[in-house]
Design a protein around this ligand. Sequence first.
Ligand code: ATP
Length: 304
Amino acid sequence: MNCIETKNLTHTFSGGETALKDINLQVPQGSLYGFLGPNGAGKTTTLRLLLGLIKKQKGEILIFNQPFSTHRIELLKQTGSLIESPSLYGHLTAAENLRVLQKVYQCPEQRINEVLEIVGLSHTKNKKTSNFSLGMKQRLSIAIALLHSPSLLILDEPTNGLDPNGILEIRDLLKKLNTEQNMTIIISSHLLAEIEKMVTHVGIINKGSIMFQGTLDELHLKQKQTAVIKFETNDPEQTARIISANGFTPVLLHGAVSIPVTEEKTVAGLNKQLVQNNIEVFQIHHVKNDLESIFMDLVKNDAQ
Ligand code: ATP
């Protein structure tokens, strides 16, 4: 079952700019879904629509299989979110900040200690938040989002501006929430490397359109499919001609000739032919694109 599903979600701002075009998001229940895209791609607009923070114009939003438009309050009660850093009261401690919101949300008082424990801030609960690091502030913000025990968490770039250690802390926290509490989490980011190590699913958005959506394994498969065998020789043109005569469509780039990954025996055969044609073969290597370049390719192809 999908925890979040959108159907042809489209949004145009008053200036006439279409920020989202036919977004069909599918966030499976229990997934940790990375919503990825460069700046201005439409991530925040999508997440705001999911939370009813901006009015939906076109398309459908289903959360827990129910239309958001008719079950808004009920669905928001099951959803925790962090869209913009909430204004924390700097002169109050973490526990005091949480107490203010616990009263607003009318949730049990014991939740304060529970969420402090979950985000790993129990030991600093008496420190004023103005003295918190950015990472601690983000964790406290997540604690606030968890106060009412939601089963879905929507986070907009929670790792933005954090140092590697802060990113690691948020990553561990979200993984824990996802696996130990079976919480479905959608987290946006503009850096694949930041979320790649924690997510189970990925959605890539660019210029308001979804470019890829699937499991992390499916994205890895795409990575495999774009891997190449690269030949570096003293005569790239002649190398390309010989390889081409063997039924391949080689790509000549920066003085190297690439073909899609093929069997080792075939590579050995090509190498033999090159040598027999007096070509000096310097290197033959298997080049795997990292996920970041797959992401860049998806985004770049769309820009052309
Ligand atoms: P970032 O990572 O920079 O936050 P994003 O992927 O979250 O980017 P959005 O903030 O959703 O992108 O913006 C998508 C597009 O909509 C952008 O071109 C942005 O300029 C435009 N946009 C966003 N909010 C408004 C608004 N209130 N009025 C007009 N245009 C807007």
